[in-house]
Design a protein around this ligand. Structure first.
Ligand code: F3S
Length: 108
């Protein structure tokens, strides 16, 4: 599977969604995750993300390994829903793009 990591938080550009052939992205208040049961590892979303937040599972950086389990967990979290169409990024997405360790800001 592929995994959405820390830099998506507070950015949520959603460019990834438009290119996904299987609608595997699931949306929360300020982040998307990838449903590991739906992702076909096509990797087309990876270069589309302006925040470079998407990795193949085997390429997730050492300090972001916890996002592998978090993507699976949040896929089934209450209120999180499949997103099939791109929409406006979060306000101030460009200011938050590149800020490190945003997990403390994750809204569930
Ligand atoms: Fe997040 Fe990047 Fe998609 S910021 S919503 S993974 S385009």
């Amino acid at each position: 599977t592929h995994v959405v990591s820390d830099n998506c938080i507070k950015c949520k550009y959603t460019d990834c969604v438009d290119v996904c052939p299987v609608d595997c992205f699931v949306e929360g208040p300020n982040m998307l995750v990838i449903n590991p049961d739906e992702c076909i590892d096509c990797a087309v979303c990876v270069p589309e993300c302006p925040a470079n937040a998407i990795f193949a599972e085997e390429d997730v950086p050492a300090d972001e390994q916890h996002f592998i389990a978090l993507n699976a967990e949040l896929t089934n979290a209450p209120g999180w829903k499949t997103l099939a169409r791109r929409h406006e990024p979060m306000p101030d997405a460009d200011e938050w793009n590149g800020v490190r360790e945003k997990l403390k800001y994750l809204e569930r």
